[in-house]
Design a protein around this ligand. Structure first.
Ligand SMILES: Nc1ncnc2c1ncn2[C@@H]1O[C@H](COP(=O)(O)OP(=O)(O)O)[C@@H](O)[C@H]1O
Ligand SMILES: [Mg+2]
Length: 392
């Protein structure tokens, strides 16, 4: 990865609860522009929920999601809990303390209002900015043109303006799903599937749509003759290519690939990963790559976050994570990767992670701590000291 440190996506204390299920619980990470960030963990640990929360398929419970510096997702539960706690404290507090707590509560209420506003209005704000940009570009051109030119530019301006009004910031993040056949409508032709997003965005020009579809098909390694066919006529790998084309046509800046190769034959997996890697380079995409084991993300990711039961337990650069895995869960994931080395395989011992045996969190509670620059581990004081010792 180039030395580009611009943060494209920032996930801050994300919580997504479904009733009593804490599918994602206080997860923070950021994804830098141009990088591949791997999100890894066993089935049910909250990876998909994290992805779906980022693209606003849920109203998140708590925390913030920023994309390109704009808050696109904001939950309110943490503020509500803070208010409840403060009210509880007020029952026994001195008058001075009460005044302070009151001010605190007022501030939390303000935060709730702001969170609700951003959650609801970030797309509107974005559309407004896009509309302004179109006006700024076209109005002087229209002024300067005359005759037939003027009419043509005016028509183009109207078309662009209509599309700009429908712009949503969150379409700059596209998600690719695990099972391509389940996410592609069997009654739609490939052309209809791939162009659907653009149609929703307000593109009406049939010629433009068709050309775009052809361009996308070729970009993902299919051919234009495929446009009129249906998804059942394709292999799993080809279907995933269609899924990728459908995302890329939206000109996303970021792709969330949710186990995009898990349902595919091993022989096909590398092809699809290579395609994603090519697209990343050609289109300057940023990728959040979700997988349930580390072998898939090893060579592809710049940084990796490991999730366990709704929590992020370790986060480091790919090299660092494989060189110095510290959290026992990460070590267990690593021990599950077979390597094409008979000697290693003979001695490879699978480590099973048993949280109750590994940690004593009864008094000394764990938090995410930085053990070396850019390497974070969920640990308590005692474990932190132990990890620093190991890294020495
Ligand atoms: N819409 C939902 N309603 C209720 N529970 C859900 C929902 N989506 C996911 N869950 C639960 O949240 C947890 C995390 O699920 P998920 O994010 O799909 O994990 P992963 O993608 O890592 O396999 C699981 O316990 C799952 O059953
Ligand atoms: Mg999943």
């Amino acid at each position: 990865m180039e030395n580009n440190q611009e943060v494209l996506l920032k996930v801050e204390n994300l919580c997504q609860y479904f009733g009593f299920t804490k599918a994602v619980d206080d997860v923070s990470f950021d994804v830098k522009k141009g990088e591949v960030f791997g999100l890894v963990g066993e089935s049910g640990c909250g990876k998909t929920t994290t992805g779906r929360s980022i693209i606003k398929l849920y109203d998140i419970t708590s925390g913030n999601i920023y994309f390109k510096g704009t808050r696109i997702g904001a939950g309110t539960r943490s503020y509500q809990v803070a208010i409840r706690d403060a009210k509880e404290k007020m029952k026994t507090a001195s008058p001075e303390e009460c005044a302070e707590l009151k001010a605190f509560i007022a501030d939390q209420k303000k935060q709730i209002k702001r969170a609700k506003y951003d959650q609801k209005n970030c797309d509107k704000e974005y559309a407004r900015k896009q509309t302004e940009a179109v006006k700024e570009k076209y109005l002087p051109l229209i002024d300067a043109a005359n005759g037939a030119d003027k009419a043509a530019i005016k028509a183009e301006y109207k078309n662009e303006l209509r599309k700009a009004k429908k712009e949503r910031l969150v379409t700059k993040i596209q998600m690719i799903f695990q099972d391509p056949s389940a996410s592609l409508d069997p009654r739609m032709t490939v052309k209809e599937i791939i162009s659907e997003g653009l149609v929703i965005k307000g593109e009406r020009d049939k010629k433009v749509l068709e050309e775009k579809v052809y361009e996308m098909l070729e970009l993902v390694g299919l051919v234009r003759e495929h446009a009129g066919r249906y998804q059942h006529e394709f292999s799993g790998g080809q279907r995933q290519r269609i899924g990728i084309a459908r995302s890329v046509i939206m000109q996303p800046e970021m792709i969330i690939a949710d186990e995009p190769v898990s349902a595919l034959d091993v022989s096909i997996q590398a092809q699809v990963i290579n395609l994603l890697n090519d697209l990343r380079r050609e289109l300057g995409l940023t990728i959040l790559f979700i997988a349930h084991d580390l072998s898939v993300v090893k060579y592809f990711s710049d940084r990796i976050g490991v999730m366990y039961f709704g929590k992020m337990v370790e986060l480091a650069s790919s090299d660092e994570l494989f060189k110095n895995p510290l959290h026992p869960y990460t070590r267990s994931l690593l021990s599950a990767i077979p390597l094409p080395d008979p000697e290693y395989e003979k001695n490879r011992q699978r480590i099973v992670y048993n949280p109750l045996a590994e940690h004593d969190y009864s008094v000394d509670k764990p938090t995410m701590r930085e053990v070396s620059p850019g390497h974070f581990v969920m640990c308590n004081d005692a474990e932190y000291q132990k990890y620093l010792e190991i890294l020495k």
